[in-house]
Design a protein around this ligand. Sequence first.
Ligand code: FES
Ligand code: FES
Length: 161
Amino acid sequence: MRIEFILNGKKVGFDTHAETRLVDLLKNSAKVQSLRTSCYKGICRGCSVLFNGDLVSSCLIPVFQARDSEIVSYEGLSKSYEIKDILSGFEDEEYFPCDYCRPGKIMTIHSILESYSDPDDNQILEAFEGINCSCTDKSTLLKAVKTGAFYRRRRRRARNI
Ligand code: FES
Ligand code: FES
């Protein structure tokens, strides 16, 4: 089948099988390099993308569901204003995820900040459930996300974007 959708602002099309997992199409045919596939069960969140604005695990989505959808990967988010808030939070709180988990964590944090302008500990930890990383203590993660939220609120107030 032919499947077309918008990927990071551009229309793309592929000949594929309906049951192919979206993550595999994105990795193998669309050459999206940020996606990680540790579990293929919707647990590890390394394959997170924005799917019509919602954060999803792309390993759980058969490509036929992606027809005419709008998908944003970490590569697309990286070109937006939004990522700057998150990176400022990382820098201020000295939170430096490794290259392996960084895209999934940033996509997750973006989703938190879009849902909650001033997220509390529970909201952050709930969103991070399943992301398996013991490299950094939780308090640093919480501070980094909250500082990112501060930057996002401030930017939106100042520039209305
Ligand atoms: S590979 Fe998709 S959530 Fe782990
Ligand atoms: S910082 Fe990447 S797995 Fe822990």
